[in-house]
Design a protein around this ligand. Structure first.
Ligand SMILES: Cc1cc2nc3c(=O)[nH]c(=O)nc-3n(C[C@H](O)[C@H](O)[C@H](O)COP(=O)(O)O)c2cc1C
Length: 174
């Protein structure tokens, strides 16, 4: 099964986690890494190219740092322009049907902040509902998310371990 990892980090040179994940994933056979901010520095997304990439992979992963309880904006723009009516949804919009979909997210806030009574109040499952709804409407199977939390305090070793765990999660559900 071919996996397309669409990664979106607006400041990759200063990234720790997403940079490490991207580097590790790019070594893995069967995985295509597609970096949106690198590909589109002018933010002009090539819709045909993106749709062809989606068609040639069976599993789609969105990989990003959590920004304001969602994704960085270019990934939202990607959704807006690539997932078109009659292609990704609507009666004739069946191109993504049957594909797997997964999220790989890093958050600054720690795990215990993401629950009722915690300072972010809501769980990651609750906050990622728009992605779950997107997968549902486009006929993709939403797989359990890979979430790494409290990333500001992580050692280099823990970051490396998380990259291995992310690969293992993708591979185990192949
Ligand atoms: C604009 C912006 C918004 C952010 N919003 C959140 C947020 O809503 N929740 C959170 O836990 N962390 C938030 N963070 C922290 C990032 O998620 C964190 O720095 C990132 O996951 C670290 O990954 P990296 O090492 O790849 O940059 C935000 C950071 C920035 C710059």
């Amino acid at each position: 099964m071919k996996t397309l990892v669409i990664t979106a980090h607006p400041d990759l040179p200063n990234s720790t986690v997403n940079k490490a994940w991207k580097e590790r994933l790019s070594e893995e056979p069967g995985i295509t890494i597609h970096d949106l901010y690198e590909t589109y520095p002018d933010k002009q997304i090539d819709v045909d190219r993106e749709q062809q990439l989606l068609l040639s992979h069976e599993r789609i992963v969105f990989q990003f740092p959590f920004y304001w309880y969602s994704s960085p904006s270019l990934l939202k723009e990607w959704q807006d322009v690539v997932l078109t009516y009659g292609w990704a949804y609507g009666a004739q919009g069946t191109k993504l049907h049957g594909k797997d979909f997964m999220l790989a997210i890093s958050t600054g806030g720690p795990e215990d902040a993401y629950r009722a009574g915690g300072y972010n109040h809501y769980s990651m499952s609750e906050l990622t509902k728009p992605f779950q709804a997107m997968a549902n409407l486009t006929g993709m199977r939403f797989l359990p998310s890979f979430v790494l939390q409290g990333v500001r305090a992580l050692s280099e070793e823990k970051v490396k371990e998380s990259a291995e765990a992310l690969v293992a999660q993708i591979v185990s559900t192949r």
